[in-house]
Design a binder for this molecule. Structure first.
Ligand code: AN7
Length: 353
């Protein structure tokens, strides 16, 4: 089968004969069964969906490929997005691939280094705004209304269409929907997309069941949990530092229709989950991504009994996106030694010293 989201799920996407079948190799990401954490936590049917394996290192590529294909079909001459980093990396990559000038608005000083590096390397025009993500998205909406530039944030419905394919893949892998889907929530496009995907697959009788949708925001950026926008969202998980999610209603509907939960996790809980995923499963995701697993741990600590449930935690982005945080929070299991065998032995086996 030819690679990519458009080819793999043609009949379930809004494509026409005029849609260019572009791909950077997005989608078809690994679903990895937990080897240690599930057993430790008493929920052995625990899986991780590794969206950091997409071509630009996050789930954004699934929706971006559809948004860009439709933009090309419609004769668009340029694209624009606001971003906490991953959307800009993905838009910039597809913009480069399709020769579409790309403008990205990012909150100045708040985007992880790897993501900024990507947008710059792919050749996007990077516009650093003195304001947060919500302000930048407002500006993008206004600009794209006034100018012939296509908005490729997830308020563009083609983005949601592409992102729903991750739910299809989960059902295709597991044979049915999981009982619970844990997912980070920022601008709330992705939880909306997964829920749409699960419902579509069920109505096509490709799955019998639907999951409970378990969305997690960062405590300092938890507008949906609080029930009101957060003017100054704060969290170490910069990807989900969002105070007024564009698809707020989609997240609430996913929660309510699925009998799920939207809750928050603290930065400490996020960092603990981030470290555990890397050091106990070999899964290096970015901090925002760890909010899904942190949410699972939080509910288990509250006494939820999930021992016989199939659980998927979505790992939305690659840990390499934020190398500064990785180094500063890793716990420092490093040594600096002289270049001789005794020193190596001392550092490894602990004898001598
Ligand atoms: C790794 O790139 O909003 O709830 O501008 O990068 O669909 O917003 C990123 C969001 C989770 C939240 N995990 O998804 C952006 C941006 C990672 C992310 C989310 C983001 P949504």
């Amino acid at each position: 089968m030819p690679a990519g989201v458009l080819n793999s799920y043609k009949e379930l996407l809004p494509l026409t004969n005029a849609t260019p079948m572009i791909t950077l190799g997005e989608g078809d990401t690994p679903l990895v069964k937990s080897n240690r954490l599930g057993r430790e936590l008493g929920c052995p049917e625990l899986y991780f969906k590794l969206e950091g394996c997409n071509p630009t290192g996050s789930f954004k590529d699934r929706g971006m490929v559809v948004a860009i294909a439709k933009a090309l079909e419609e004769g668009s001459q340029a694209i624009m997005c606001a971003s906490t980093g991953n959307t800009s990396a993905s838009a910039a990559a597809f913009g480069a691939y399709c020769d579409l000038p790309t403008f990205v608005l990012i909150p100045k000083g708040e985007v992880a280094m790897g993501k900024l590096a990507q947008a710059m390397a792919y050749g996007a025009k990077v516009i650093m705004v003195n304001g947060n993500f919500d302000v930048a998205l407002g500006l993008v909406r206004e600009f794209t209304k006034k100018n012939q530039v296509t908005l490729v944030n997830s308020v563009n419905p083609h983005r949601i269409e592409g992102q729903k394919t991750a739910a299809f893949e989960l059902v295709d892998s597991l044979g049915d929907a999981p009982d619970f889907l844990f997912i980070p929530v920022g601008n709330a496009g992705n939880i909306t997309a997964y829920w749409k995907g699960f419902k579509e697959y069920q109505s096509l009788e490709r799955s019998r069941t639907l999951p409970s949708m378990m969305g997690f925001q960062a405590e300092g950026a938890a507008p949906i949990v609080r029930g009101e926008p957060v003017a100054n969202p704060q969290t170490i998980a910069s990807a989900i530092r969002i105070g007024n999610p564009a698809t707020w209603n989609g997240a609430v509907d996913a929660r309510d229709e699925s009998g799920g939960v939207i809750d928050s996790v603290s930065d400490d809980e996020i960092l603990e989950a981030y470290r555990q995923l890397a050091s106990k499963e070999g899964i290096f995701c970015e901090p925002a991504s760890a909010a899904s697993f942190a949410g699972l741990v939080k509910l288990l600590r509250q006494g939820w009994d999930l021992h016989d449930k199939t659980i998927v935690c979505v790992c939305t982005g690659n840990g390499l996106k934020d190398p500064d945080l990785a180094v500063s929070s890793a716990g420092g299991n490093t040594a600096e030694v002289e270049a001789n065998i005794e020193a190596i032995e001392a550092a490894t086996l602990g004898n001598g010293r």
